[in-house]
Design a binder for this molecule. Structure first.
Ligand SMILES: *Cc1c(COP(=O)(O)O)cnc(C)c1O
Length: 395
């Protein structure tokens, strides 16, 4: 099924597709299912024995051909053995972590991790007796010093949420491997195009498909892509938690995947142009974008990634909350809202200092997170330019 010589754009176009199984129709039908009828007791037994064998329909909660098409496609795009589709990116993160820990264990999580991942560790994991150490995302091989006998998971996110530092993934993976620690990475920023962490030895890649895979701001979905060793654990964890992604969500996520390549390259181009324009502005102290030569981890981004997506940040020169509100409240094209990866531009005030415990956020100016959408670049620049005039005007 998986042809190792296929390049990423070919995979995104064809992976998981089987028109011959569906009267020649290109896309899989939306299967709505709870009950699956088994014709004989033998077939019922067989299907129950190996519930998660590829393509096995045992019960609606464990997936249908629509789910399997999406899972197969993302697994191939990401370079994993198998994937599990989930109802959100957070569900993928939580199910993947829970697959490998029990009370008394310890996990390592990057300090710049997505906020809800931090909350899950500090809340849910802690309540069930799993301890977390947050580590400096730039620690590299120094991670060895934080590993304990009971460390089960090394969780990475690269680049990090809000601040975008790029981690030295091969160095981190090497230390984890030596000690039998499972490595999980949140690859939402670059997936499915610009970074393939499983090729660098990462065990599980979790992706919020809500972002670029869906690409149209209208569906929540997640995926946990696993290597052969980790798939059974993650698959059972998903089943035990009762997670199930709806068939329409799967269908739309698979449809989004087909065009993710062209969309992401355009988001990349737009973001790079905006980042360079912003870098030259007097109101901007620095741009938080992996492609900036001064950005933390720029060298790892150059070494390990094939591009950059449309999400980045800026640190403004110190400004009052009133001035920032004057800028943001008046934006015409950049909408203020959570999530990202859709076709439209977004801007959001962020407070990374609040979300750290192992490192200190040193910058004093306000941070803005920007998603570069597919609008005309000149219109986006004009919107930001007018925003800066309001910022300056409000003093
Ligand atoms: C949005 C996001 C998630 C969570 O995804 P949902 O689909 O919203 O649950 C996880 N990680 C990162 C980096 C994200 O940006």
């Amino acid at each position: 099924m998986t042809d190792k010589t296929r390049k990423i754009d070919t995979i995104l176009t064809h992976a998981g597709s089987d028109p011959a199984a569906n009267s020649g129709v290109i896309n899989p039908p939306v299967y709505r299912a709870s009950t699956v009828i088994h014709p004989t007791m033998q077939s019922l037994d067989d299907r129950q024995k190996d519930r998660f064998a590829p393509g096995n329909m045992s019960y609606g909660r464990h997936g249908t051909p629509t789910t399997f098409a999406f899972e197969d496609a993302v697994a191939e795009a990401e370079g994993g053995a198998r994937a599990v589709a989930l109802p959100s990116g957070c569900a993928a993160i939580y199910a993947a972590i829970l697959a490998f820990v029990r009370a008394g264990d310890h996990v390592l999580i990057a300090d710049h991790v997505y906020g809800p991942t931090r909350s899950f560790a500090n809340g849910f994991l802690k309540r069930f007796g799993v301890a977390t150490t947050f580590y400096d995302p730039m620690i590299g091989a120094g991670i060895a010093g934080l590993m304990r006998d009971n460390t089960k998971i090394l969780f990475m996110e690269s680049p990090g949420s809000l601040t975008f530092e790029v981690q030295d993934v091969p160095a981190l993976v090497a230390e984890a491997r030596q000690r039998g620690v499972v490595t999980i990475i949140d690859n939402t920023w670059a997936a499915p195009l610009f970074f393939h962490p499983m090729a660098l030895g990462v065990d599980v890649s979790v992706i919020s498909a809500t972002k670029y895979i869906v690409g149209h701001s209208d569906v929540m979905a997640g995926v946990a892509v696993c290597n052969a060793a980790t798939f059974p654990g993650v698959r059972h964890s998903v089943a035990e938690l009762g997670y199930n992604i709806g068939p329409d969500e799967c269908y739309l996520a698979l449809r989004g995947l087909r065009t993710a390549g062209v969309r992401m390259r355009q988001h990349e181009k737009q973001a790079l142009a905006l980042a360079r324009w912003l870098d030259a502005r007097p109101e901007v102290a620095r741009v938080l974008h992996p492609a900036m030569p001064y950005h933390p981890g720029h060298e790892f981004w150059k070494r390990d990634f094939t591009g950059s997506s449309g999400l980045f940040g800026i640190v403004l020169e110190p400004a009052s909350k009133t001035a920032v509100a004057a800028m943001l409240d008046g934006m015409k094209l950049f909408g203020m809202g959570y999530s990202w990866g859709g076709f439209e531009s977004l801007i959001l005030p962020a407070d990374p200092g609040h979300l750290r415990s192992a490192t200190r956020w040193q910058d004093s100016g306000p941070v803005l997170r920007i998603h570069a959408g597919l609008e005309d670049l000149d219109d986006l620049v004009a919107d930001l330019d007018a925003g800066f005039a309001r910022l300056r005007g409000a003093g």
